[in-house]
Write a protein that binds this ligand. Structure first.
Ligand code: AMP
Length: 394
């Protein structure tokens, strides 16, 4: 039996059909430019890739095409459950939930907290309910893993009424990835997850760090929204909260335009004035581009500082995990970060670090020193496993 995992963005739909027990992947793909000209669906199966024109269709059209494909491949009757990535579950969800009308209401109630993401997730769920009638559907929340954070980690020092009336607190994101790589790292270290204090660094276009004590999140760098914390591709990460008002008055931009610029024109892109893509920046820095060099330096400086902050949250550190497109592939970001963190006990193994790229994984530090590892994240597998657990009640 197969689990279909759906990850819906506002104009995209990423999917995978897999067996959560054996990890066997039957079909995966990505629909892009949904609802606009050039909408297409890419299907990957057994190393072969095909692309279909969706003729401007939206999420429903993409799912209809997927359904036809599954039917043609004789896989349709094998779909036992559908697991949906849902970005924001607020304080209501600390675990995945089978989708019922009440759960849909609760996901809708979280829309003000994630106005760009949750509506797309809802559109995907509604389209999947229509496409797979009678098949159990499960919501897996990005925020749920972090609901174990204590108040010292999740409260902001703002008027208490903002927390009680508007839910202003830190929620954290990338929970599925942090939980997955922490579990994998424990396996690689040959120790029970319950005994380990790990710091996980998910570094991709969006980036966050998490302090994981005994398999539970106790702090993380993202907050009320995925804008807080580290420098990201186009997101600023932490800035002075006084910046918004100052820039708005100086520039004539509205507050929401300032927030938009902090989300889309900042981070690596803003610093380098060149690109948001780490690989491109590394190449440009190698050619002597000063902006690219500065962007890399600030990225690493903030990352090392945030890892140290997570170390303080944990009290004792048993390992650091790198994951995400940058964490899994940039040997130079890892090397520079660990060089700054030598005081915690890390000592780089240069050969192992250089080898841990493009799917390579494992330890990148010398034997006998505090371990840092590369773990390839697999959010689809984690969502499929959690979906299966909810459906089977285990
Ligand atoms: P993700 O959002 O997890 O797909 O990660 C995307 C980021 O990973 C982009 O900044 C990419 O430039 C970066 N990335 C992917 N491959 C490499 C590589 N070989 N070296 C450096 N950065 C990479």
């Amino acid at each position: 039996m197969w689990t279909l995992v759906l990850n819906c963005g506002s104009s995209s739909l990423k999917f995978a059909l897999l067996d959560p027990d054996t990890r066997e992947l039957q079909l995966s793909g990505l629909a892009e430019r949904l609802g606009v000209d050039g909408a297409s669906l890419r299907l990957d199966r057994d190393g072969e890739r095909r692309t279909h024109d969706l003729k401007g269709g939206g999420h429903a059209a993409a799912l209809d095409r997927l359904l036809a494909e599954l039917s043609a491949l004789g896989l349709l009757d094998g779909v036992a459950a559908v697991g949906h990535r849902v970005v924001h579950g607020g304080e209501r969800f600390s675990a995945p939930a089978r989708i019922t009308p009440e759960v849909m209401e609760a996901i809708r109630a979280c829309v003000p907290l994630a106005p760009l993401h949750n509506p797309a997730n809802i559109a995907g769920i509604e389209a999947a309910q229509a496409a797979f009638p009678g098949v159990p559907q499960v919501a897996v929340f990005d925020t749920a893993f972090h609901q174990t954070m204590p108040p010292v980690a999740y409260r902001y020092a703002v008027p208490e009424a903002w927390y009680h009336h508007y839910g202003v607190r830190r929620y954290g994101f990338h929970g599925t990835s942090h939980a997955y790589v922490a579990g994998e790292a424990a396996g690689m270290l040959g120790r029970p997850l319950e005994d380990l204090n790990l710091i996980t660094a998910h570094l991709g276009n969006g980036s966050s760090v998490c302090a994981v004590a005994g398999g539970r999140s106790v702090d993380t760098s993202m907050g009320l929204t995925p804008l807080e914390g580290l420098v990201m591709g186009t997101r600023s990460g932490d800035v002075d909260p006084g910046l918004h008002d100052y820039v708005a008055r100086q520039s004539g931009l509205s507050l929401s335009e300032v927030t938009g610029a902090l989300n889309r024109e900042s981070g690596l892109l803003g610093l380098s004035n060149l690109a948001s893509d780490m690989r491109e920046l590394e190449e440009a820095a190698g050619r002597g581009h000063a902006g690219a060099r500065l962007a890399l330096d600030v990225f690493v400086y903030r990352l090392a500082g945030t890892v140290a902050q997570m170390a303080a949250a944990l009290g004792r550190v048993d390992g650091l995990v790198f994951t995400g497109g940058i964490g899994e592939n940039s040997a130079s970001v890892r090397a520079q970060t660990l060089a700054r963190l030598g005081f915690l006990g890390f000592a780089l193994d240069e050969k192992a670090n250089a080898a841990a790229v493009r799917g390579g994984s494992g330890l990148v530090t010398r034997t006998g020193t505090l371990p840092a590892l590369v773990v390839n994240t697999n959010e689809e597998l984690m969502i499929a496993r959690q979906t299966q657990d909810v459906v089977t009640g285990s």
